[in-house]
Design a protein. Structure first.
Length: 94
């Protein structure tokens, strides 16, 4: 039970990221004419959680940029095939 609560907390925290969430459907439009800095995260990833504050600082610093997009892809279903196509094998991966 305690382990389940930790996983639930982690999922909630990761979903609160300031970074734009990307799906396979939104990827193509987002990546046109921009440099895209992507963080791939996985379900129940404690390293992703530890990295979150620094990732949010990066998002804040570059939020007004017209040439750079800071995004996050959750590699849980249904995006897992999207992540596999890009060679993501561990989390977090940038």
């Amino acid at each position: 039970m305690r382990n389940m609560l930790g996983v639930l907390f982690l999922c909630v925290v990761l979903s609160m990221s300031l970074a734009m969430k990307v799906t396979p459907e939104t990827w193509k439009d987002l990546s046109v004419d921009k440099t895209v800095f992507v963080r791939f995260v996985g379900p129940a990833c404690t390293y992703c959680l530890r990295m979150q504050p620094d990732w949010d600082k990066l998002v804040e610093e570059l939020s007004d940029s017209e040439t750079v997009a800071i995004v996050q892809v959750d590699c849980g279903n249904p995006a897992s095939a999207f992540c596999q196509e890009r060679g993501v094998t561990s989390y977090p991966q940038i």
